[in-house]
Design a protein around this ligand. Sequence first.
Ligand SMILES: Nc1ncnc2c1ncn2[C@@H]1O[C@H](COP(=O)(O)OP(=O)(O)OP(=O)(O)O)[C@@H](O)[C@H]1O
Ligand SMILES: [Mg+2]
Length: 332
Amino acid sequence: MESAADPAKAGGAGRAAAPSGGAASPGQYCIEVSNLVKLYGDVRAVDGIDLRIRRGEVFAFLGPNGAGKTTTVEMIETIRTPTSGTIRLKGMDVGKRIDDVKKMIGVLPQEFSSFDNLRVRETLEFYASLYATRRSVDELVRLMDLGEHSRKLYKNLSGGLKQRVGIAVALVNDPEIVFLDEPTTGLDPAARREVWRVIAGLKLEGKTVFLTTHYMEEAEELADHVAIINHGKIIAEGTVDELIERHGSGLTLIIHGAQGGLDDFFKEHGLRPAECKDDLCLKIKDKDELLRVLQELKDHDIRFKEFNVRRSNLEEVFLRLTGEKLAVGEPR
Ligand SMILES: Nc1ncnc2c1ncn2[C@@H]1O[C@H](COP(=O)(O)OP(=O)(O)OP(=O)(O)O)[C@@H](O)[C@H]1O
Ligand SMILES: [Mg+2]
């Protein structure tokens, strides 16, 4: 994704290069959202957002509960009608080309459910029958590892398996753009990683994936670009590395089991202890400063049990930007 407000960044650095490389022309964006608004009475669920997502990228949309993620996604999918603003998929105005849009998108809604009394295979066959272009049901069963469950009734599946069926249904028309609204919520860690593998595979096939998630490590693992929405507004966007660089607290040196005298040492050396629970934490600018501090601790014969170094991560950035409380002991 590129900030619509910052055309200079179009085609800029990211973990994944633009498919065609170089600066992007407007037509290169697969999804373009401009000044999108959705009001529910007095509630500004989506409050004037801009998004630009390139073809072939995995875009992660993050935000606290009620931030406006599902409302946004479902407006792009043509399921909800915007109050104002424009949405283009591959240059098409979605409000005017609903039938064309439906052919090229696949959707896993946040609360996917299907027919209780259809078997898994029958479910996929049913959805596939609705489209002229479709992926083979055998392939979908294989892709989502549903082989041993394909004869089970939907209603008898575990929550995780239902979710896997939902993802298979989203892919049934072999869509160019796939919207997954919290695809791994409720999955066990192994099943979650299986879904990550599928998403990474979709990217390799050149598909564009719009992923909504509450799992920061999922975004770190998969996303080329990330946007964070809060109270209906985009509050940050960029690659994971850019967000951590811009909004994180950098490196923190944590010293465990120090034997007194450290406060004086810090003062003497102009170092800033960070708020920390039991241990002593120091904000460190970069690797060189880290090495210097460790050397000075040694030179001053300051004893401690052990140390470790923590780098900011997306979770810290997310909590900081959305105003959620950090856990005690987290660097500020
Ligand atoms: N159909 C609706 N009618 C009225 N208000 C709604 C409707 N759908 C959503 N809202 C409100 O709009 C806001 C955004 O909701 P939305 O479901 O888009 O959030 P979300 O970011 O997807 O949250 P979550 O992480 O919990 O799924 C919330 O205040 C919600 O209560
Ligand atoms: Mg939602």
